[in-house]
Design a binder for this molecule. Sequence first.
Ligand SMILES: *Cc1c(COP(=O)(O)O)cnc(C)c1O
Length: 394
Amino acid sequence: MSKSIPPIVPMSSPDLTDADRQAVMAVLETPNLSIGPKIQEFEAAFCRLMGARHAMGVNSGTAGLHLCVRAASIGAGDLVLTTPFSFVASTNVLLFENATPVFVDVDPRTGNLDVQQVAAALHDLSAGGESARRRLPRKGAPDRGRLNGILGVDVFGQPADWDVLRRLATEYHLPLIEDSCEALGAQYKGRTAGMLGDYGVFGFYPNKQITTGEGGMIVTNDDAAAAQMRALRNQGRAPGDTWLSHTFLGYNYRMDELSAALGISQLQRLEELMHKRQQVADWYARDLKGIPGIEAPQYASSTTRASWFVYVIRVASGVDRQALAGRLAERGIPVRPYFLPIHLQPYMVERFGYQTGDFPVTEDLGARGLALPFSGVMTEEQVGLVCQALRASL
Ligand SMILES: *Cc1c(COP(=O)(O)O)cnc(C)c1O
């Protein structure tokens, strides 16, 4: 048994200041701990940053994605094209509504949806018959499914190829959802990530670019969808409903005032937080150069600004990743395989009958990806320690 020592570098850390702490404490001096002025202020700040007509704070990124699925009228019998190389939430929100995720494999460089394969899949699915069946899971798919949506993910802080996804969504009349939970501040051909679909969602878990503890934000220019999502996050209360009258079946997906106050304070520092993360990524790129057996992250030319979320290297095909992770743990360096493919998670295999080999690029990235410790508060020395340990362990 190899033994790990307590980490000498944390896997991730929030970047908090006294101003952030003061902002939260100030809310505790007021009687409004939920549904107060801070959520409105946070949403207004997001609208300005994104150039969005509507922003809606929610209590997690997952909740935000779920509301987008509801607003897009995605439900039972619907087929939604999405990626198996993501955090599970982007697929789970489709399952919450009994829609069927139809996976398309990803681009080997970026890990984002391979848009040529998305085009081919849409073509096959709309043709029907055997060519459509080939695109569906072995079991668990509806007999006569209806194409109804594309849910793309901006993986690791890099936007997917949204011009193509938009063109396909228009051609096939599909709602387009952007899971930008890992990409706050990123830009695609100079445009803001999160605003590239019909609805975009950000997440504020403590390892994200900004944090509210738990929390998320939906952005959209669709007035009707925004009104519906506001009602659904607040237990289905429509405008004019009293506290105990509920027009719709809704949820409690509200963001509280303490979280919103922290979010306002963090968002004011977004540029600084992104710069610090970029600096840490630059140190990694420099110190990893020349270490054999690993590849640094790669970026598409359409990514005019990356927003670093995690720092995921790929080990070469011959390297035993698990053994490497074990040797790093012995040196106090925590690392994490990133992502484990969604289609091979136990509940997905059971429901849809997926097998190894179904999405080879996703599986290859999943087998070789290793997230290194990463945050905006890491020091140059800590990056050096991680890279030294990597060099010694390979
Ligand atoms: C973080 C994340 C989410 C949202 O996660 P929550 O923990 O619910 O805030 C959704 N999708 C992706 C790809 C994420 O990385």
